[in-house]
Design a protein around this ligand. Sequence first.
Ligand code: 2BA
Length: 109
Amino acid sequence: MKLITAIVQDEDAGKVVNALVAKGFGATRFQSHGGFLRARNSTIFAGVEDHRLDEALQVIRDNCRSRTRPFVPPPHAAELGEVFMPRSIDTQVGGATVFVMDVEHYEKM
Ligand code: 2BA
């Protein structure tokens, strides 16, 4: 068995979970925040049988898309005390960031 951890944008998370569940996968969604943009995103856990891993990854691929988000860099120390003119930079986010781990033990009690 494998554990998929997929970090997806909030806008896509409902679609991903619904599509996984519709195909008979178990899934859990958490609210999370990215370390860089500090924006809300969603983390989805899905435990899948080895032979269905590719199918589950395809469901995630099919339901996530990449978007640009504005990022306003924090002021440099030299700018502190001066007038800070925030400049926004477009940052590409997603589709999904996916980790796949081997599951040593799985049990429902
Ligand atoms: P954030 O950390 O908020 O990052 C959002 C986007 O900002 C990233 O999109 C990337 O395009 C950019 N970015 C991140 N760190 C950067 C840096 N040091 N310099 C310049 N640009 C940077 P994605 O790569 O698609 O990541 C989307 C979200 O997935 C991340 O949100 C984070 O929550 C998660 N993530 C990405 N890589 C990860 C990793 N190696 N481990 C854990 N979580 C990760």
